[in-house]
Write a protein of this length. Structure first.
Length: 601
DNA sequence: CGGACAAGCTGA
DNA sequence: CAGCTTGTCCGG
């Protein structure tokens, strides 16, 4: 109640271009609290919004309009605060984050949720587990922030059960994030079958059903399972967070604000004083930088990575074509499901020495070099240029290594002697998915859940992609492939990698099932070259970018580079410096994309 | 974002 | 100068 006897609340309208709060009168007899979703009259029209503060002292004499309607429950006060933090961290607007945190249909009241059917404790759950499995799970659950490195083939279900049991012991609920909808649904079903009251909060085209799950999460479901957006799901009493496959790019929002679910839940858990376990076969440097690493014994990790076989393409018989080694053709003819991966979506073309077939790479950062003008070789990653001479044999002639997926499919079909299916991100072509042998971009790895052989036809495309995370992402692909073939059980089950760089650290890491060494060398390289997570970066683009950059000026600690193709790059030693500086800029009108922590760079 | 309102343009 | 388009401003 304010000084003059009026009840006033502060509302953030759900209008894309307004990041401003407005005060409204609460009509007599109306109950409303922070987090509720309301409708208000704003500038002659009726819009939705969130109550972000109650019992507000309005400016004296200000004529206030009454709330038009209290429509239902919305995000909790903690999540509203979290959205404020994320708006700073990713230079975005709170409304877009709160929309993600809100139910897609009206939730008038919260349902009653059942208490857990049984009271499992962590020790009972782990009693039958292998000793090393029990050890790493216990160890991870004892830490405030743990990165648990589990090989691709390892079963994560026991960890999730133990995390849920531990949450019950702590008197609260457990939030579990999965990279894909299918995994989240599957995990939700398993937990429900095990007697854990579980809310599966996943956006789809059924708003009523999603809102019902949202409501049961808000009401205190013991486990809340979902994908990226569930970082914002309601959790009545957050006791623990688990992020499965923490390395997955699906956790980062593509549209600005480009928030990352892992980073959102880390902050959310920190505020709630809840521990977090990040799980991955190949943890990101970001995760390793903020959490304590827990690893299984070497033998479990080797078993869980399965067999990774590397073919040196420099030794290939040219008569078979550049993409198909005899070994590959042999495996493709054999029994079982075979997936061939060929990434040809990037614009980068690779050059190899015409004499010795060694790839043309940058002397400074080992990235791929292109030959844009025919005179010199320029690195697509760091910009260094050098004369067109092979570093291995001194040869001066180079050949272009590009071949499309469709052409490769025809060639493979001829070599194997049976129909070969094709999968690309653009074309679903479900009817071709049942072919025994399939070829496609990496999308092929996401369309099936098991395979007997996964073959990367030209892995250099991944190793040398002109992105600073290329090495990390290349190992992610191998982990994904390894998981698919782990379910095979056949003797020929393996991941086959064709490359001209057989001793690349990524391939050594996968063959030895030891991602740790790679993380160490990558961390050194990123620091030396000034890439995240050694620094904090942002990209600014769009029609209004120039005006934004002008308003940004040159704040201390932030380096502004560009424009390159209409985009500027900001670099600062840490997010504190970067985000504080970005927060001072008044957004100019017009289309503007502020991308903090850009994935491709 | 989208309504309000002002300034600019057109044709009788 | 009414009647319409286009542009800029700002919201309780």
């Amino acid at each position: 109640m304010s000084a003059d006897g009026r009840r006033v609340v502060r509302v953030l309208p759900d209008v894309a271009a307004i990041d401003k709060e407005f005060d409204y009168l609460v009509p007599p007899g109306v109950a409303v609290s922070v987090g509720d979703m309301v409708r208000v009259d704003l500038h002659g029209r009726r819009v939705g919004g969130w109550v972000v503060a109650a019992d507000v002292e309005p400016e004296p004499g200000m004529a206030l309009r009454p709330l038009a309607k209290v429509s239902g429950r919305g995000p909790s006060p903690e999540v509203i605060d979290l959205a404020g933090w994320a708006a700073w961290r990713w230079a975005g607007r709170r409304a877009s984050l709160l929309r993600t945190a809100s139910p897609p249909a009206v939730v008038a009241t919260l349902p009653q949720v059942a208490p857990p059917r049984l009271e499992p404790d962590v020790s009972a759950l782990l009693a039958d587990a292998a000793p090393d499995t029990a050890r790493v799970i216990r160890q991870a659950l004892e830490l405030d922030q743990a990165v648990l490195r589990l090989a691709p083939g390892a079963d994560r279900y026991l960890l999730v059960r133990a995390a849920v049991a531990d949450s019950i012991a702590r008197g609260g609920s457990c939030l579990v994030l999965c990279p894909s909808v299918e995994e989240a649904r599957g995990l939700g079903r398993r937990l429900i079958r095990a007697g854990v009251p579980t809310a599966v909060v996943i956006d789809d085209d059924r708003p009523r059903a999603v809102a019902a799950e949202w409501a049961s999460a808000a009401a205190g479901a013991t486990a809340v399972v979902g994908t990226r957006s569930s970082a914002w799901a309601p959790v009545a009493n957050l006791a623990r967070v688990v992020v499965l496959d923490e390395h997955d790019e699906a956790y980062q929002q593509e549209q600005a604000p480009t928030w990352h679910a892992r980073d959102v839940v880390l902050e959310r858990a920190r505020r709630a004083d809840a521990p977090v376990v990040l799980v991955s076969p190949c943890p990101t440097l970001e995760a390793l930088g903020c959490a304590t690493l827990v690893t299984t014994d070497r033998q479990s990790e080797r078993l869980g990575w399965g067999r990774v076989e590397v073919i040196d393409q420099r030794d290939l018989d040219p008569s078979l074509g550049p993409l198909f080694s005899p070994r590959l053709v042999d495996l493709a003819r054999g029994p079982g499901r075979v997936l061939c991966v060929l990434n040809r979506t990037g614009r980068s073309r690779l050059l190899a020495c015409a004499a010795c077939s060694t790839l043309a790479r940058c002397e400074r950062c080992a990235g791929p070099v292109a030959d844009p003008d025919g005179g010199s070789m320029v690195c697509g990653r760091c910009g260094t240029d050098r004369p067109p001479v092979c570093l291995e044999c001194g040869g001066a002639r180079f050949k272009n290594l590009r071949l499309g997926v469709s052409r490769a499919r025809e060639e493979l079909e001829a070599l194997v002697g049976e129909p070969v299916g094709e999968v690309t991100a653009g074309s679903p072509e479900i009817d071709r998915l049942h072919q025994r042998v399939m070829i496609g971009t990496e999308a092929v790895l996401h369309r099936v859940d098991r395979a007997d052989v996964v073959a990367f036809l030209d892995f250099d495309q991944e190793l040398l992609a002109p992105r600073y995370r290329a090495v990390e992402q290349a190992l992610v692909l191998l982990a994904r492939a390894s998981r698919l073939v782990h379910r095979s059980g056949r003797p020929e089950a393996r991941v086959l990698v064709q490359t001209r760089s057989p001793d690349h650290p990524v391939l050594v890491a996968a063959r030895r099932a030891d991602p740790g060494r790679l993380s160490e060398s990558e961390a050194v390289l990123r620091t030396a070259l000034g890439f995240p997570p050694a620094v904090a970066m942002a990209a600014v683009s769009g029609a209004a970018a120039e005006a934004w950059i002008a308003a940004f000026g040159a704040p201390p600690g932030v380096v502004v580079q560009g424009p390159v193709e209409g985009a500027w790059r900001l670099t600062a030693p840490d997010h504190e410096t970067l985000c504080d500086a970005m927060a001072t800029v008044v957004r100019p009108p017009g289309r503007l994309r502020l991308e903090v922590d850009p994935l491709r760079l």
